[in-house]
Ligand binder design. Sequence first.
Ligand code: MIG
Length: 670
Amino acid sequence: MIQKYKYGIPFETDAVPQSIPCAQGTPSCGTVTADESGFRFTCRMSDNEAVYGLGEALRGINKRGGRYVSFNTDQLFHMEDVLSLYASHNFLLLAGECPTGLFFDYPGGLEFDIGFTQQDMLTVSCKHADLYLYIITGSSLTDVVKQFRHAIGRSYIAPKWAMGYAQSRWGYAVPQDFREVVDHYRKHHIPLDAVYMDIDYMERFKDFTVNQETFPDFPAFVSEMQERGIHLVPIIDAAVKAEAGYPVCDEGLENDFFCTDEQGKPFEAAVWPGLTYLPDFLKPEVRQWFGEKYHILIDQGIEGFWNDMNEPAIFYTMQGMEEFRKEMQDFLSRPAEEADWFRVRSLSSGLCGNSNYQQFYHNLNGERICHEQLHNLYGYNMTRAAGEAFEQLCPDKRLLLFSRSSYIGSHRFGGIWTGDNASWWPHLLLNIQMMPSLNMCGYLFSGADIGGFGADVSRDLLLRWLAFGIFTPLMRNHSAKDTRRQECFRFEHPEDFAHVIGVRYRLLPYLYSEYIKAALNDEMYFRPLAFDYPEDAAAREVEDQLMLGDGLMIAPVYLQNASGRCVYLPEDMLFVKFLPDGTLHQEPLSKGLHRISAALNEVPLFIKKNHILPLAAFAETVAALDETHLELIGWITEPTSYTLYQDDGLTKDYSNPQHYLTLTKEPAKP
Ligand code: MIG
């Protein structure tokens, strides 16, 4: 059951398209105070009551014991004590006696204190008491999530090719950079379906342009890549370069499509292109206008995009620079003082700070609203602009779309990647822990930068990360400029990488089937063990293993120099290891604790007893997969079946019964 409570005058975020009448009275769970001083929800938690949710947030699967702030931030350092990442996924799931979901539909900064200040207290608070609170109760954690997911609407579905392995790197600039990547991948028979284009393909970082000097015939280059089985996926940044004669800028100015400053003039902020304007994506007409621009690249053969910098990220404003210069002049005009160092340091880092969000406005239905109050909706509405436009531009075709910033609601239009992580071992674990939380909030097509974005990767970290990344719907290796080159072929024994990535393709019939079914049925693709085994106290505390779809459990190795790990089996399972020679190690294991070994070039997974895992033969692209000949593996003691979803991977005829195949397997004769 979902109950919706209204406080003050909420902004309509469209996070919940399902119409739910507002309940009267006070919520059945917790205590609310809502007045001029703000909004505050408090609720006592019982000992050991786990709290799940928050989607893209730091720390473990169980969020208890921490603080979190929903305030979308271009966050370069994902450390344990950082409170905000790029997203606001204000959904919590209390795993007490009666599983309860809470969704705070509030577009500004929102704070969660989940037993941090006081161990048994949950407090959620914000400055303005204008919001909707949804309280969802159900028979189980899974049931609550399903109801919530149903209310927020069906998750975006990516084309199948987008589940192939992809290589990306900030710095690829000229055709040769892309050709080199593809040449090496093909030479070493490491599967590859896509190469991402970061900002350097554009003409001076102008959205919807392609640098004509470096790509004189872009459509020809796109089709050259397509002929080699490669999809190019360009980036689009939120901000539009302020430059007379650049059509996107001119049109935006003519039509008042940009956010404005205090004086009502288009607000200027600097990002990669230099000074830019910020499209006011909260206006439907701006979404339509900006969304249609994607056709410029679609017409040249492009089938997918990633939207970046849409928190929105701001490096500085001219006003901020002016103040900075004044301070510097004052500093230079007199002898140095001890405190100067601290002042100068905070001055320059403060330029890109959150104070910028108070300085510009959205103009909606004749009302001027300060950006800060609607801040968390910006990236959502950029994704929505593209998603809505794709429905118009190519109604029958799935395009790839994912974003950096998000708010619940954007999951209907695109996926997300989890931003600028680093090549640190703990970020591999973070990736594992974040995935089920994202699924709770509707983000199924998602993944982290495999190998880590910042810092220098090591070969073993990349291999271990890939051995987890093969399970995430978005499987992309991406890294920052000036870090160690991270393409698989740069390391010793590329055949090990070919093998590990190859397992993704062997599993793809199952992974794709589970991904689509999860989207169509409002289910989670990745689940914490606690969801499937709520009565099992040991399973409830597992933070480094995940259930995946119908019959799988995964337990990735995420520590350096480990030749294996301990795994808790909540029931009897078949331990399967994909060995580098292409064969499988299969070993039935009984419920309980086990220590398994897994070399760097091996991929371990577990299949629940009496469940089937279909496997395809190795292929180098999704298009080359032979899905008519599937090997069925499993520890089968009774006749067992599996419903496999298969379609063309590109159109949207999801409900066609012909897409559902029943695979059956009989126990082996003694
Ligand atoms: O200020 O486009 O998260 O994936 O490579 C950095 C360059 C801007 C941030 C993205 C990252 C991307 C980078 N971008």
